[in-house]
Design a protein around this ligand. Structure first.
Ligand SMILES: [Cu+2]
Length: 265
């Protein structure tokens, strides 16, 4: 079943963002729902009019008898019932199969072999960690950034997020990208997006997690690839410098402590 649907989509030309998938599902249900609604209401009104009380007895009208079961082989009335049941069943089952297929795609993402596919080596996996009250993003090179996730623009790459939390339950969501994942200590939830368009997307926490919950915002910045590369390379140097600075600072503290101890003695 999975092959029939979105998982057979292997190339970027077949990839679709979650937003596009959900918009399509919404559109299909809206159209079918409206169509069914119009038919049902029109049919009801038509019969309300056709069988209205005219004050004269209608000889041809056969009211249903209490306890009468439709058999499907006795005249047009029962056939009508079976046709409407049949059509409803076909409609509902098709919708279930259709949306289930798309949801499998949403769960799985456009491709399984992230990172191992040479053509799309620029796919990226980010570790997301929710805490009271913010988000930490760890890049493949080990660089950690708080509250801002920078990614390179490109409609042929997938950004995969591995979401967890350090303290309490949070929920990582970006409305505009239609992505959401539980952020729970000790558990990993995954979600993904395609950074199709440059821009800034608001990250919010969707699980009431404490006093600072409403300020638990962040942003995803989709930036031009070359700018991103430049920034990303810079992060490695920054991290090295940071480490050095920390080491020096620590050395300094140790010296201070030494002096204090001497003073106490
Ligand atoms: Cu939160």
């Amino acid at each position: 079943m999975m092959d029939l649907f979105a998982l057979s989509h292997t190339g970027p030309e077949d990839w679709r963002a979650q937003a596009a998938v959900f918009e399509e599902i919404f559109f299909v249900f809206l159209v079918i729902g409206t169509l069914v609604g119009v038919i049902v209401v029109a049919y009801t009104l038509y019969h309300a009019y056709k069988y209205r009380d005219t004050g004269k007895p209608d000889e041809s009208f056969e009211p249903p008898i209490l306890g009468e079961l439709p058999t499907g082989d006795e005249g047009p009335k029962s056939r009508k019932l079976f046709v409407s049941f049949g059509l409803s069943a076909i409609l509902v089952i098709s919708l279930v199969v259709y949306s289930y297929g798309l949801l499998l795609y949403v769960e799985q993402g456009p491709t399984d072999d992230i990172g191992s596919d040479a053509e799309h080596a620029e796919n990226m996996e980010i570790q997301v960690e929710g805490f009271q009250f913010g988000w930490n993003f760890e890049y493949p090179n080990g660089h950690v950034e708080q509250d801002t996730l920078r990614v390179p623009q490109g409609d042929d790459r997938v950004i995969r997020l591995n979401v967890t939390a350090t303290d309490v339950w949070h929920n990582f969501g970006v409305t505009e990208l239609r992505i959401k994942a539980d952020s729970i200590p000790g558990q990993y939830a995954t979600t993904w997006f395609i950074p199709e368009e440059e821009g800034t997307y608001l990250i919010e926490c969707f699980e009431l997690c404490g006093l600072g919950h409403s300020d638990m915002d962040g942003e995803i910045i989709v930036m031009p690839e070359d700018e991103f590369d430049e920034w990303y390379e810079g992060t490695m140097e920054d991290d090295e410098t940071d480490d050095d600075t920390n080491d020096e600072a620590n050395d300094g503290n140790e010296d201070d402590d030494g002096t204090d101890e001497e003073g106490d003695n």
